[in-house]
Design a protein around this ligand. Structure first.
Ligand SMILES: *[C@@H]1O[C@H](CO)[C@@H](O)[C@H](O)[C@H]1NC(C)=O
Ligand SMILES: *[C@@H]1O[C@H](CO)[C@@H](O)[C@H](O)[C@H]1NC(C)=O
Ligand SMILES: *[C@@H]1O[C@H](CO)[C@@H](O)[C@H](O)[C@H]1NC(C)=O
Length: 459
């Protein structure tokens, strides 16, 4: 009896599903049209408008909100798509017993009964996260996407990045954590790349490698630089053996290490790993040395050294490429796969695989800080939506405890956002800049912002 009632309800759901589907198709067409026409999809609102989002600060992750119905696209199979669909609703955290439920649980049964319709919330990838109280700080002088950053004591040096797809910055803005003000702008060298740079510091000198020179989807260059943050003087280093796009870069054991990233076309993952000895802003060798290749290549990863160990976290394989023959190197989307992998190198110089992030996460090269032997990561991008194929931004704050090698989700940002620039000072976790989502129910990227926020962090 109860079963029959259930069946009945299920077929009613079918009709609702079908109607919703038609409405959504219409909406999707409309959105595509707007996307094609709206140049604002890559631009920012003026900083003043951003305060309107304050009210959204703590409620974007509406659990299971806006369940969306999609028609079967004919691509599903048991091991692939359907599994992903079930995981969407059940696998909401590390260490859960979701795998078992996935195979046997009542939801799985219901899905089999339901036939060809597929239910998957646009926000399905959001993980449950405790609220964090964020305070809005003065926004950066310019919005930026894919910028770079280095924190030295109470100063955060924020480098270049895109303003829009057609315009890139070539200067540094400095945030002072003591006065909580921006200032001290200075220019980067004419031939330094504008985005997707690799960067590391020894506490005074900033070592800068490669990156993308110019707007849209131009390729990377091999140029390298050293900045003395005391004198604001720039110097050159030997160029990388080959150009790299968003390579993992860090100073470790007296050497500047550069690994992974994308090759010249922005898309092909590079496995190569090079290093060169540096000290106090001087390069001690003539050439880059070849090191043990990284197990998985690709751009947009966090690269962190803590306690004499080097960690490479997250990232992706593949990226947008220039449209063949386009004189402006117009960006065109290509297949990409996002990872949550963690690789670690210690004195043994052999890569070790550590527990992966709670979900795949990319565009996090400057989105991390180290606090009390934990790596904290803010935002990013995760795997594309399996049905509508849209890019999905990440709004969680992750913690990797290096004592226990356990990942946790310790909070959420005011919104989902990629290529954030994170800093930590005096008990406060800060983040600024990047490309944020379209709203609490829509995790796709939209505005490039310069907003800055902070929250009290207690681990
Ligand atoms: C099912 O999907 C997975 C993941 O996309 C794929 O690797 C596998 O080959 C597919 N199997 C069939 C039978 O199509
Ligand atoms: C940062 O701000 C503090 C407090 O106002 C000030 O004393 C310090 O000189 C500033 N640092 C720089 C480099 O401007
Ligand atoms: C880090 O550890 C110290 C010592 O246990 C503690 O006083 C401090 O509050 C911790 N910092 C954070 C951000 O949790």
């Amino acid at each position: 009896m109860a079963r029959n009632a259930h069946k009945h309800a299920a077929s009613a759901t079918h009709w609702i599903a079908l109607a919703t589907c038609m409405a959504l198709l219409g909406a999707a067409l409309f959105v595509d049209f707007r996307w094609a026409y709206s140049s604002s999809s890559f631009s920012s609102s003026p900083p003043s408008a951003t305060s309107a989002f304050l009210s959204l600060a703590s409620n974007w992750a509406l659990e299971k909100s806006g369940i969306i119905v999609f028609p079967d696209l004919g691509s599903r199979n048991e091991s692939g798509d359907q599994l992903q669909e079930v995981r969407a609703q059940e696998d909401r955290g590390p260490g859960s017993d979701a795998k078992e439920k996935r195979d046997q649980g009542p939801d799985a049964k219901e899905k089999r009964d339901r036939g060809p319709d597929r239910f998957l919330s646009a926000t399905y990838a959001d993980l449950p996260a405790p609220d964090m109280k964020w305070e809005e700080m003065p926004p950066a002088p310019v919005p930026r996407l894919d910028g770079a950053a280095i924190q030295i004591d109470n100063l955060l040096y924020v480098f270049s990045g895109y303003r829009t797809l057609d315009h890139v910055h070539s200067h540094v803005d400095v945030f002072n954590f003591t006065s909580n003000t921006w200032g001290g702008r200075f220019d980067t060298p004419k031939d330094m790349a504008n985005s997707h740079l690799g960067m590391a510091t020894d506490g005074r000198y900033v070592y800068i490698v490669s990156g993308q020179y110019g707007p849209q989807c131009r390729g990377p260059v091999a140029h390298t630089f050293i900045l003395d943050t005391k004198t604001k003087k720039w110097d050159k280093m030997p160029p990388l053996p080959a150009p790299r796009y968003a390579p993992a870069t860090q100073l470790w054991r007296g050497r500047l290490h550069v690994m992974g990233g994308g090759k010249e076309n922005r898309h092909t993952p590079a496995l190569e790993h090079w290093s060169i000895a540096v000290k106090d802003g001087k390069v001690l060798e003539k050439e880059w040395r070849t090191e043990v290749p990284i197990p998985r290549g690709g751009p947009h990863r966090a690269c962190v050294v803590v306690d004499d160990k080097l960690y490479v976290i997250g990232g992706q394989e593949g990226d947008f490429m220039a449209k063949p023959g386009s004189p402006i190197f117009k960006c065109s989307r290509r297949h990409e796969v996002v990872y949550g992998d963690v690789y670690m190198l210690d004195a043994g110089m052999k890569w070790k695989v550590l527990p992966p992030m709670p979900k795949p996460d990319s565009h996090i090269e400057f989105s991390w800080v180290v606090v009390n032997n934990s790596i904290i990561i803010t935002g990013g991008t995760t795997e594309k939506h399996p049905i509508n194929k849209r890019m999905i931004l990440v709004g969680e704050v992750f913690r990797f405890d290096l004592d226990t090698l356990k990942w946790t989700v310790i909070g959420k940002l005011p919104y989902r956002i990629k290529t954030t620039i994170a800093g930590f000072w005096d008990g406060w976790l800060y983040f600024t800049s990047g490309q944020r989502d379209r709203g609490p129910d829509n995790p796709q990227p939209k505005m490039v912002v310069g907003d800055m926020w902070r929250t009290k962090l207690r681990l």
